[in-house]
Design a protein around this ligand. Structure first.
Ligand code: ATP
Ligand code: MG
Ligand code: MG
Ligand code: MG
Length: 465
């Protein structure tokens, strides 16, 4: 029967069983005794399995001795306890067939040696074959499963919000256009007529920057909901933490205030970290060994202690009194810069920090105005090394104040008439947050660059795949 490598190495199959294993060759080593050892990976787990191919195989000289990294093979044989150190089991092949050769082994980009992440970004379609990207892919999958599992276990419903939209949630002007509305360059049919279908039916349209406003509608009916999907931002993403296309998780909770929002964010992150440590020990051990020494220990310590919470106003005082010379001066009213976030997380606290109650001028119009009239009930969850991984807030549920803020931000009230309806018909306090999925992947794996946390990074000037 066909078994995957993970199953074959798990100890669940009795030694002596006949198995068939399919996969791709990592390395081949030939012994003087007339045997070849083929290390075979199928991506089901971190480790490859060793396939022992004896010279007695009919195709030993014609094929086995020509196997190189990347060749696809199917091996049949007995699963036996391994003599060598390292793995408990190996396959003694009684037949081995080659499914796919590597055209030109000399120039095959994925050689059995460590490659730099920079080089691997150039071959994004081949990099999942490496140890690093195999591990990132499996951990990314497990984080996504943990996200859905957390919400499901806590009574949240998954809501899919539009990807093509006509409103700019944040009013921040970071939307990619879907339609051109450029009268000189409208798409044409073969006959030369204007083809409005291809211009989003003649309407102005964009790719979503956040599903929040849409998901609020569902929170005010189903109480606990979340979106989890692709998000797009036309920002200058020449940083190690911004992508033009990324995935965002946005829970929205009715009858909740900022304190509850922060409690959920902390419980949620800890749930994910625990599940990844429990389900991906081999991949995490690889990250700790090769990528970031503290990959495992820092998750364990985060799980073990409560997150620090600091008011924005206090954070400004802490930064001013730090005696540190920052490139950007710290002034009440200005957004915190990366260097400030790093100081708070890495030096002042030594762990994640929730900064709360930001000046209303630097946050979005929908965030709830505090009684002081100059701050809003917003929070950012900052993590050491990466900075903001979550941005959230209690939403403004009072129609008069919301209207004032829409005007103050210079937004067109007509665009928000449907959003105002929630405040007109049974309004209640509610809160939510947005988590950057790739930022979390970067943090969990200890990666240096967000471009390595998504299969196909979309950034200015990125290679086309
Ligand atoms: P930043 O200050 O880092 O630019 P932001 O405050 O603009 O982030 P939000 O609008 O609060 O981002 O979005 C919620 C979350 O989405 C952020 O906390 C972050 O984790 C993630 N995020 C935002 N922009 C990007 C991006 N360009 N690429 C990847 N993740 C992003
Ligand atoms: Mg931003
Ligand atoms: Mg921010
Ligand atoms: Mg933010």
């Amino acid at each position: 029967r066909v078994v995957d490598v993970k199953h074959a190495l798990s100890g669940a199959i009795a030694p002596g069983s006949k198995v068939r294993i399919n996969g791709w060759v990592r390395t081949r080593r030939d012994s003087k005794a007339g045997l070849s050892f083929v290390s075979l990976s199928d991506g089901s787990c971190f480790d490859p399995i060793q396939v022992v191919a004896p010279a007695a195989l009919a195709n030993y000289e014609s094929e086995v001795l020509h196997l190189t990294a990347g060749c696809a093979i199917s091996a049949e044989g007995e699963l036996v306890a391994s003599q060598g150190k390292g793995q408990a089991f190996e396959v003694q092949a009684s037949s081995l067939s080659v499914l796919g050769w590597v055209d030109d082994p000399e120039t095959y980009p994925i050689q059995p040696k460590p490659h730099s992440p920079e080089f691997l970004r150039e071959v994004a379609h081949l990099r999942p074959r490496t140890n690093l990207f195999g591990a990132v892919s499996r951990v990314r999958h497990t984080i996504a499963q943990a996200i859905h599992r957390y919400f499901d276990e806590h009574g949240y419903f998954w809501v899919n919000t539009p990807i093509i939209t006509t409103s700019d949630t944040e009013g921040a002007g970071e939307m990619f256009r879907v339609s051109t509305l450029d009268l000189m360059n409208l798409p044409r049919t073969d006959k030369g007529a204007v083809d409005f279908r291809k211009d989003f039916f003649g309407k102005e349209a964009f790719l979503t920057v956040s599903g929040q406003l849409n998901v609020e509608a569902y929170c005010l009916a189903l109480s606990k909901v979340y979106t989890f999907g692709p998000t797009f931002r036309a920002e200058n993403s020449h940083t190690t933490r911004h992508l033009a296309e990324f995935w965002m998780v946005e829970p929205e909770i009715a009858f909740a205030d900022l304190a509850e929002d922060a409690r959920v964010a902390e419980e949620f992150l800890k749930f994910i970290f625990r599940m990844v440590l429990a389900e991906r020990p081999d991949d995490m051990a690889f990250f700790a060994e090769r990528v970031e020494k503290t990959a495992i220990s820092r998750l364990e310590s985060i799980i073990a202690s409560p997150f620090a919470q600091i008011d924005y106003t206090d954070a400004v005082e802490i930064l001013k009194k730090s005696g540190r010379k920052f490139d950007y001066a710290v002034e009440w009213g200005a957004d915190l810069q990366t260097e400030h976030e790093r100081f708070l997380t890495e030096e002042y606290v030594g762990g994640p920090v929730v900064v709360k109650n930001y000046p209303e001028k630097i946050k979005a119009f929908y965030m709830r105005l505090n009684d002081d009239g100059r701050t809003v009930a917003a929070m950012d969850v900052l993590a050491p090394g990466i900075g903001e991984i979550i941005g959230g807030s209690q939403r403004e549920e009072r129609l008069d104040i919301l209207d004032r803020r829409i005007a103050q931000f210079g937004l067109d009230p007509k665009m928000y008439s449907w959003y105002r309806d929630f405040r007109r018909y049974g309004t209640v306090p509610h809160a939510g947050f947005g988590l950057g999925f790739e930022r979390l992947v970067v943090y969990v794996c200890g990666l240096a660059n967000i471009r390595d946390a998504i299969p196909y990074p979309r950034v200015p000037g990125s290679a086309e795949f």
